[in-house]
Design a protein around this ligand. Structure first.
Ligand code: ADP
Ligand code: MG
Length: 145
């Protein structure tokens, strides 16, 4: 996979329009002889929505896993909010991940929790200083993120 499709802008996004949020440069990832990402390049700006399309096995999940640091690329840069993800220590990676919303394709939600509790879960985990009310307000979209 070598490219992605950019679509419409999201007015709700708090990132300044035009500021790069994700910059991917010359990304390569292979598993033995299976070359999955071959010189993949993409810049995503604030207030921009991007859809990555591709047939099954094209490398969409591998790409996302590289962006959030679950997989280490063979080479290339993945700057997220200015930090090169492959270079980050586990602690710094945690900090970057706390700014990223990510949903796995399968088993996406904890089925023992309600949808609301699933949305509250990362807020409680990463922002332990938030009160119960603040968590509920954020989930309800009543206070700025
Ligand atoms: N951990 C892994 N080890 C070896 N091969 C993998 C691994 N993860 C993905 N692949 C291979 O990488 C290719 C892209 O997979 P993937 O990104 O999951 O595709 P999709 O675009 O459907 O999300 C596939 O050929 C897959 O078999
Ligand atoms: Mg996938």
């Amino acid at each position: 996979m070598t490219s992605a499709i950019k679509t419409e802008l999201s007015p709700e996004d708090s990132i300044a329009k035009g500021a790069p949020v994700i910059i991917i440069e010359h990304l390569f990832k292979r598993f033995d002889k299976n070359v999955v990402l071959k010189d993949f390049n993409l810049t995503v700006h604030g207030e921009e929505n991007v859809v990555v399309l591709g047939k099954s096995g094209a490398g969409k999940s591998v790409l996302i896993k590289c962006v959030i640091g679950l997989l280490k690329p063979d080479s290339g840069k993945i700057l997220v909010f200015g930090d090169n993800v492959p270079d980050l220590s586990p602690d710094d990676l945690d900090k970057v991940r706390s700014k990223i919303g990510f949903l796995f394709q399968a088993n996406a939600l904890y089925d023992s929790m309600t949808v609301r509790e699933n949305l509250e879960f990362p807020l409680r985990r990463h922002w332990i200083d938030l009160s119960q009310l603040q968590v509920k307000q954020r989930v309800a979209g009543l206070s700025p993120a």
